[in-house]
Design a protein around this ligand. Sequence first.
Ligand code: ZN
Length: 434
Amino acid sequence: MFFNEDFETLPREALRALQLKRLKAMVARVQESVPFYQEALKKAGVNADSINSLEDLARLPFTYKQDMRDSYPYRMFAVPMEEIVRIHASSGTTGKPTVVGYTKKDIENWSELMARSFVAAGVHRGDIIHNAYGYGLFTGGLGAHYGAERLGASVIPMSGGNTKKQIMIMQDFGSTVLTCTPSYSLFMAEAAKEEGIDFRELKLKVGIFGAEPWSEEMRADIEGKLNLSAVDIYGLSEIMGPGVAIECHQAKKGLHIWEDHFIPEIINPETGAVLGEGEEGELVITTITKEGIPLIRYRTRDITSLTYEPCVCGRTHARIARMSGRSDDMLIIRGVNVFPSQIESILMSVEGVEPHYLLIVDRKENLDTLEVQVEVGEHLFSDEIKHLQALSQRIEKQIKEMLGVTSRVRLVEPKSIARSEGKAKRVIDNRKKA
Ligand SMILES: [Zn+2]
């Protein structure tokens, strides 16, 4: 099943020809209308006429999140305000947010790509989509909402929070699809259990989870506890919002990125050099149809790899591997690069360990230290102390063997780690305070 079969299964040669045509047109637009790009393109010595093949993309300048912040709020917009129908913003951890504007056409394209994403995940008309992504400046809620309507499914605009009510609505309204962050889905399942409700008995059959990196092991845990097919979705407000890429339910092996609207590249984040198929590096995306705020080679900071291998689902669009993390989230512990998701993978493979953990990084006597706090099940926690000690030592050993870092594992009581209704907080880095 496809939402737009012609485009989703376009032969690669035709797809590349379309990308080149759209890339040239986009560059022509921004060199006319966005002073930032006028200058950046001039500096790089390129313009729309000098782009003759997709390989020329590598000659174009990068765009950084900082460039968007410097253009706050509207100076990156490529159209006059009269054509902007929607404004979103992503929360910055510090200072001003990043602002994005959409034309009517941008909203139509976004809705279509989100509808395609729903179908790829195994959602149909007739499904009842319980949308627990936040509505507001964040793109998650409205992005999924418009896509669901475009598909013709029923959408419940729940937004985040108020977990008891979420569970009641899901039960009473017969929701068949759940959209939220992976960590919130587990939080809901746990809260339901406390109310004596078994999530596995709800009508949910598909879960579309994103907005934070999660591991394959976490997927298995969610699928078991929620009794649904869990699919990974990717997006970011700078590029569009949710629905930039999604796993197909047939393969669940990499996320198809909609290449008739975006050109993905993988680069070495240090040197900026373009890497080959299968090599891991930073994902860079060029938007080729966006009108409101087109971006050339946007540095996403997300670490992944790219494959053009044909997929069993029949879609011809490239796939990006599940994100191993954001380069911003990467921890450097005594010189070793570690992503929280790598530790999550190890924890989730241990029997009796719950999917709630916190990494605390510190510096003691000039040496980095890593403490891993992880919850264990009730039955384990009431177990003899020597069993708990043996378990934490086993996890410490696995982390050392697989990631090469020394850690101290502390098994903690069930429900002692703070839960989040949005993105989960996994890391406290005390070194940054110093
Ligand atoms: Zn596929």
